[in-house]
Design a protein around this ligand. Sequence first.
Ligand code: IMP
Ligand code: MG
Length: 175
Amino acid sequence: MTAEIEKAPALLIEERAIIEKVKSLGEKISAEYKGSKLLLVSILKGSFIFMADLCRAVSIPLEIDFIRVESYDGERSSGNVRLIMDLKRDISEYNVLVIEDIIDTGRTLNKLVEILKEKNPLSLKVFALLDKPEARVVDFKPDESLFIIPDVFVVGYGLDSGERFRNLPYIAKID
Ligand code: IMP
Ligand code: MG
């Protein structure tokens, strides 16, 4: 029997660097939203680890929720963004922060922000862990991206390739 030989993904962003940036974003959010009703909305599944670390880096009271969209077709989003798990609550009394793993073409967030704005939140901001501005197809700018990366396919810290590698504690590149 021959063992399966597979090229391991190459390190792009170290765990320590991610943790530091997530911590300072958490502190910034804590200062900015002190005394207001805050809801963190994570887009499943890719942002689950970013969400888990970020919410623990925020020191003020907050609530969390999850939505799920489908837009991906192989390794690039299709532009056909569908909400397959929606929020059940009324968000009109919340300051909403959308927590996303990565912005690639921008189609997912462009559409999602449109959908969420129709629900009339008090305010709406988008925080992304990673951003590939070179891959943009629609004009979308998040309020903050923690890391700007080149147009390469990445995995780890929640991001997958065919559902694998989400558990890597760092960001790696696949070629
Ligand atoms: P967009 O609509 O093209 O901006 O795609 C955003 C979604 O595509 C993200 O939420 C990810 O789930 C996925 N995605 C985009 N680039 C990558 C990548 O390099 N690795 C893993 N998933 C990615
Ligand atoms: Mg995603």
